[in-house]
Design a protein around this ligand. Structure first.
Ligand code: FES
Length: 119
């Protein structure tokens, strides 16, 4: 069941290359802007509950500011150092509002990173 709610105004959303924290209906959200595209993850890092929205972007991933675990913004999967996952929330812009769907996206099959090993 989709549960779209207003997270913030478009003018409050992070600029390209930036990430921020926001909260709506008691849910902490990490809102990121990669090349003009907004993405939202659960703000709470599964390691020690660090605030992902206070971290920074590396490519299409957000880096936790506390111990640098890195989460892909599309899949929520951690890329380093262990395989963990945070919830991913769909985002859309309507007029001047940024909306998120508080029903997390289902975990999809993720293409494994291209391996260069010749095995
Ligand atoms: S709390 Fe996020 S990496 Fe430790």
């Amino acid at each position: 069941m989709a549960q779209w709610v207003r997270l913030c105004g478009l003018g409050e959303a992070p600029a390209a290359g930036k990430v921020m924290e926001a909260e709506v209906d008691g849910v902490g959200i990490c809102l990121a802007n990669v090349n003009g595209k907004l993405s939202a993850l659960d703000n709470v890092c599964p390691h020690r509950q660090g605030p992902l929205g206070q971290g920074w972007l590396e490519g299409e991933a957000v880096v936790c500011p506390w111990h640098s675990w890195t989460f892909n913004l599309k899949t929520g999967l951690s890329e380093y150092p262990v395989h963990e996952r945070v919830d991913v929330f769909a985002v859309r812009v309507e007029g001047e509002d940024v909306l998120v769907n508080l029903e997390p996206e289902p975990l999809e099959e993720v293409e494994p990173e291209a391996k260069t090993s010749l095995g």
